[in-house]
Design a protein around this ligand. Structure first.
Ligand code: C5P
Length: 201
């Protein structure tokens, strides 16, 4: 059976970096599921009703400008709390997970809802301060005018909303392996994840 790897965790925990590295290392497809919610959030900011936007989502939406920015992230987290939005995105994610060559999906509910039978589940965390410091550096590098305090407050608000929603809240699956990246650099975090996957293959 093709290998499916679920990588969940909060914003800026390193799950995207780990997910991409695992996909490359093991020759699997990679899907950043946050991008789907960001694209729906983007369309909501442009005036569309989120449920209709989620149902009409297409590949071109994932190429839209500004999806990685803080505005789209905030909008994503709001539309992600709407059950009909989540429902509209399930089939695409499950189809991707079932692709022949195997796949890595990163998100919030991959191990719990989208792929509960994935043979490998990772839950990547780091303190809110460490995550905010990373995100702050990234945003400043991209030319965004912001402060560390604002980024930390955004991260905390998003964590609370993602973990507190009724439908598919952000949480670790019972059988997930936890990787705390607070004290790990990128290479060490990837090495940990690769070792966990290799041990479970
Ligand atoms: O991972 P990323 O930060 O890009 O996700 C943006 C937002 O999309 C998250 O804050 C969360 O609200 C939502 N999301 C989700 N379920 C996923 C992936 C993302 O609810 N599987």
């Amino acid at each position: 059976m093709a290998l499916t790897i679920a990588v969940d965790g909060p914003a800026a925990s390193g799950k995207g970096t780990i997910g991409r590295a695992l996909a490359e290392r093991f020759g699997l497809g990679y899907l950043d599921t946050g991008l789907l919610y960001r694209a729906v959030g983007r369309r909501m900011l442009d005036g569309e009703a989120p449920v209709a936007a989620a149902r009409a989502l297409c590949a071109a939406d994932l190429e839209a400008e500004g999806l990685r920015g803080p505005e789209a992230a905030e909008a994503a987290s709001r539309v992600a709390a709407i059950p009909e939005v989540r429902a509209a995105l399930v089939d695409f994610q499950r189809a991707f997970a079932a692709r022949e060559g195997g796949a890595v999906l990163d998100g919030r509910d991959i191990g719990t809802v989208i792929c509960p039978d994935a043979p490998v589940k990772l839950y990547v965390t780091a303190t809110a301060e460490a995550r905010a410091a990373r995100r702050f550096k990234e945003l400043v590098g991209q030319g965004h005018a912001t402060s560390f305090e604002d980024v930390l407050a955004d991260i905390r608000a998003r964590d609370a909303r993602d973990a507190g929603r009724a439908d598919a809240p952000m949480r670790a699956a019972e059988d997930a392996v936890h990787i705390d990246t607070t004290e790990l650099d990128v290479a060490a975090a990837i090495a940990r994840a690769v070792a966990e996957v290799a041990a479970r293959q």
